[in-house]
Design a protein around this ligand. Sequence first.
Ligand code: H2U
Ligand code: ZN
Length: 369
Amino acid sequence: MNAFDLLGRISEHPHVRWNPLAGDWVLVSPHRTRRPWQGQIERVDDEVVPARDPACYLCPGSSRAGGITNPDYTSTFVFDNDFAALQPAPPLAFDVDDRHLLVARTEPGRCRVVCFSPRHDLTLSRMDVAALRAVVDVWIEEIETLGREPSVEYVQIFENRGAAMGASNPHPHCQIWATASIPNEPAREQGSLRAYRAAHHTCLLCDYLALEDRSRERVVCENDAFVALVPFWAVWPFETLVVAKRHLSGLDALATAERDGLADVLKRLTTRYDNLFETSFPYSMGFHQRPFDRAPHDEWHLHAHFYPPLLRSATVRKFLVGFEMLGTPQRDLTAEQAASRLRDAGEEHYRDRRPDAPRAARERDRAHR
Ligand code: H2U
Ligand code: ZN
């Protein structure tokens, strides 16, 4: 039996799947899903968030820590994190290695905060595509500026959305951390991408996209520039990978139409996420791309990971604990089932569809468009 037919038959049985990017395994236990997925999906009304919150330190005109006042911005707004985890010039520079057991060095870096919108109550899913495109442009400007700094080797853009993922504030924003070395996750991926290229003379993600394009089982949505899919090796229940269709090493290599394509796919995917449990869907997301060490890095293929914690409803989340902390991450729902549910979730936002959506929120949304 060929691999394609075999893969179609494994979905009923416990098995492990290989993650070729991270270089590790995930345990899939699909027989356990018959139980939860026949249950009713709970609907939880979103809390009504005001369009502007005087207590929010990200809103236009607000005061931040240290007494700085935000400008009256009308689109995006970027600033240096007042509580930065990294400093550009740490006071003590050191590099120690005691028998390869006690190893440490200073890590200079910069931390930035990007507000996506002056509106306190929006999310990527509720912003229009033109506003999302402005966010894409800011990301590119930031990586270009930070990537030029001699001490910067990697620029990590990430968004923690929702209290479930530890976001401190509902105001739509992300963070950018520029570091002097490559963080663990992109470093692992770089090793995998390089090894694959050396062995096959092709790109791991280009080859993977071709397989997914043929089967269509795990594709959620796409446009000319990007595909959003549930990776075969997904760990989080509704984890997705947003992959550039063209072999590009970073956001800064996106052509104009591809930048539009990124804004479009982000809007559509986050809308599907919100629709899944009719809630403002929490997640951590971020881009992986080449480091800024001035080497060409042809092995890199631009992509974003979305890691949402929700499993069964707006109130039931997945915990990576027990066997998953000490052994291997495990999932019940298969990647194929998750992709099918995200396809079914549709791209008309539930708040536009649902007559009982909070009235104030509806009116504000209308005023915004
Ligand atoms: P998170 O919600 O992802 O934590 O992002 C908010 C960031 O905003 C957080 O990193 C910063 C915090 O350090 N912040 C400021 O820079 N200035 C402030 O006045 C409050 C919060
Ligand atoms: Zn705000």
